[in-house]
Ligand binder design. Structure first.
Ligand code: HEM
Length: 145
């Protein structure tokens, strides 16, 4: 499951780029052609420096402004879809798909973890997976189904 509404469960936990040319970054750091540069959205999503002291808390309202309207973060801060010219082409499609699924499923069911005491651990592959899967119970809401 991908959870873009938190800052910290990223489906691509890390990513590597190869430099096409020598370059100097805005902070003065220099890279050479052929260097591999990794960035780590999983770690970035937990950095208090970026997200504040509650960085590890599930607090989706951090994405709302004072009028409770969704506000985008800089893609260079919330790097799940990457940023710049090679930003994910399916970003808007993915958001729309997640919103539709959430609206349909959460409107009809309440979801609960099958075992609330079991700790959830991740397995890092190319994408970040939940080790052993996430077992949940779907309880129909009254008046639905
Ligand atoms: C939650 C869902 C998704 C996430 C988190 C995600 C994330 C990403 C990331 C991080 C990259 C950059 C990879 C790299 O260059 O190293 C990427 C690229 C890309 N994504 Fe997605 N993606 C998602 C869904 C989708 C969907 C649904 C589509 C198509 C319908 C899509 C199409 C693409 C394409 C075409 C690129 C390559 C863009 C380029 O290199 O110019 N993605 N995505």
């Amino acid at each position: 499951m991908y959870d873009p509404d938190t800052n910290n469960h990223d489906v691509h936990p890390h990513d590597v780029k190869i430099c096409f040319s020598d370059d100097t970054w805005p902070d003065g750091y220099s890279v050479r052609k052929g260097d591999a540069v990794a960035y780590h959205p999983y770690a970035m999503g937990r950095m208090k420096f970026l997200w504040g002291d509650d960085a590890e808390e599930f607090r989706p309202e951090r994405w709302l402004d004072e009028n409770c309207l969704f506000q985008q973060e800089s893609p260079f801060k919330f790097t799940a879809f990457q940023a710049g010219p090679r930003i994910c082409l399916g970003k808007e499609f993915a958001y729309r798909q997640m919103k539709i699924f959430s609206a349909v499923l959460l409107g009809s069911y309440i979801f609960k973890l099958s075992d609330e005491k079991k700790s959830i651990t991740s397995r890092t592959m190319l994408t970040l997976q939940i080790d052993g899967g996430l077992h949940i119970r779907a309880i129909p809401r009254l008046g639905h189904i």
